[in-house]
Design a protein around this ligand. Structure first.
Ligand code: LLP
Length: 432
């Protein structure tokens, strides 16, 4: 199938007008000219609208807040991006000491931070406790004991949730499914009650919540409701045993459209979950949501320049200056991203594999795409705002690209392009 048959994702911050693509009010071609390629470009409007879509459902008809959004910054942790969300009222879901440092760098309230991750080190736990985060989401019994030990050393108490592995099939790519019993994440469903009982006996542990995350790029609501019911059953059971849960963290995972996917509307989806919590009699719980991709995925594009067109016996290649080093998702998950020329041209179209300059056959960005392009033309790889720049690498000693945020007519460089000398500035040769 060719790209012409596949619909483009639904975008709010990027539009095509008279054959030219824009980020809000700024022509993408002008950005490429000024800042060079490869180049990440984000739309503030798009991420703001996505946030509001969640937030609308988080406040009930009487104005009472029934849920809080903790943006999963692993999706895109640029300081400007996370600071926009902080200003909109978001807290954060963190998975490393590095992400915690980013949250503190923008002045996030420690009580708006939840710290997750399957392999937290003792220094990371100590850093989280010292900061005074809202909650540490615990993923194993061994980790629970390590947190207790570190808290004792610091002479403090540790607020924790257990991350439940509910064993539901999120029907997504196996690499981004997290809530099946074969996944490394969370505490096995049948061990959760036992682990809470154990936690309740530990001297430095305060049980504050329960947590669950079943996967990413999930495009239906049903697996969430299955997981939610299983977690609420546990909350009920714990209450009978005198273990009180204050907040319920439902994780992230709502998918976006990369082409023809039809994920549920964000506000409707959130309402469905929150109404279900209320219908089951748990309206008193504070609900935490941890969306990542659905807040930023379609708020970003990656611009790239066509270096060469290389016709072949079996395939034609369109070799561009972006690669798996800038956007790893196609190489890693065979993920589909729409790719469009940002200025329409009256040249002959052909079907190409769009590939980068990196020395790997896995270095491809799109396959079998029909494009009307010539050498030197600019392409936009769409839906690149989530898990794009954050997964970039310096393989082949390639400097990471610059990142730009557009707000209406205003353009901000939110990360300068790396320079090659800096890439090996901290390396040394052996003494002669
Ligand atoms: N909370 C937890 C505990 C998570 O593990 C994740 C994502 C999220 C929240 C945010 O999920 P989201 O709303 O973004 O789906 N690199 C992959 C995605 C990995 C997701 C890992 N966990 C990709 O490019 O598709």
């Amino acid at each position: 199938m060719t790209s012409t048959a596949i619909p483009l994702p639904h975008l709010t911050g990027f539009t095509e007008r008279a054959g030219n693509w824009y980020a809000e009010e700024v022509a993408l071609a002008d950005l490429a000219k000024e800042f060079g390629t490869p180049l990440y470009v984000y739309s503030k409007k798009a991420l703001t609208e996505a946030y509001h879509a969640y937030d609308r459902a988080c406040v009930d008809s009487k104005g009472k807040r029934r849920a809080r959004i903790h943006y999963a910054m692993k999706a895109n942790s640029n300081l400007a991006v996370i600071d926009c969300f902080r200003q909109l009222g978001a807290g954060f879901d963190l998975v490393s000491g590095g992400e915690l440092a980013r949250a503190l760098a923008i002045g996030a309230d420690p009580q708006s931070l939840v710290f997750a991750g399957v392999g937290k080190s003792a220094p990371e736990i100590a850093q989280a406790l010292k900061t005074g985060v809202k909650c540490i989401n615990v993923e194993s019994i061994a980790e629970l004991h390590k947190i207790n030990r570190v808290a004792k050393e610091q002479n403090c108490r540790a607020p924790i949730s257990l991350r439940v592995n509910p064993d539901v099939d999120a029907q997504t790519h196996p690499y981004i499914s997290t809530g099946l019993k074969g996944n490394k994440f969370g505490i096995a469903y049948h061990e959760v009650l036992k682990t809470y009982r154990e936690a309740a006996l530990l001297s430095q542990i305060d049980i504050v919540g329960i947590d669950c995350h079943i996967g990413s790029q999930i495009t239906t609501t049903a697996p969430y409701l299955d997981a939610l019911d299983k977690v609420l059953d546990l909350v009920e059971h714990l209450k009978r045993e005198g273990i009180v849960i204050h907040h319920l963290d439902l994780g992230g995972g709502l998918g976006i459209s990369y082409s023809d996917e039809t994920p549920p509307d964000i506000t409707e989806f959130t309402n469905t979950l929150l109404n279900h919590v209320a219908e089951r009699g748990f309206a008193h719980l504070d609900i935490v949501l941890e969306p990542g991709r659905s807040l930023v995925g379609n708020a970003g594009v990656l611009l790239t320049t066509v270096e060469y067109l290389k016709p072949g016996a079996e395939k034609n290649f369109c070799i561009v200056d972006a690669a798996m080093t800038e956007l790893m998702r196609p190489a890693l998950y065979e993920a589909y991203h729409s790719i469009v020329p940002i200025q329409t041209k009256a040249v002959k179209s052909a079907t190409y594999d769009i590939v980068g300059p990196v020395c790997e056959s896995g270095d491809w960005l799109g396959r079998d795409r029909t494009l009307a392009v010539e050498e030197g033309d600019l392409l936009a790889i769409l839906s690149a705002g989530a898990y794009g720049f954050v997964m970039a690498s310096n393989y082949n000693t390639r400097p990471k690209p610059a990142e730009i945020m557009v707000d209406g007519k205003d353009v901000y460089v939110i990360r300068a392009r790396e320079n090659v000398a800096n890439l090996f500035a901290s390396e040394t040769v052996l003494p002669k």
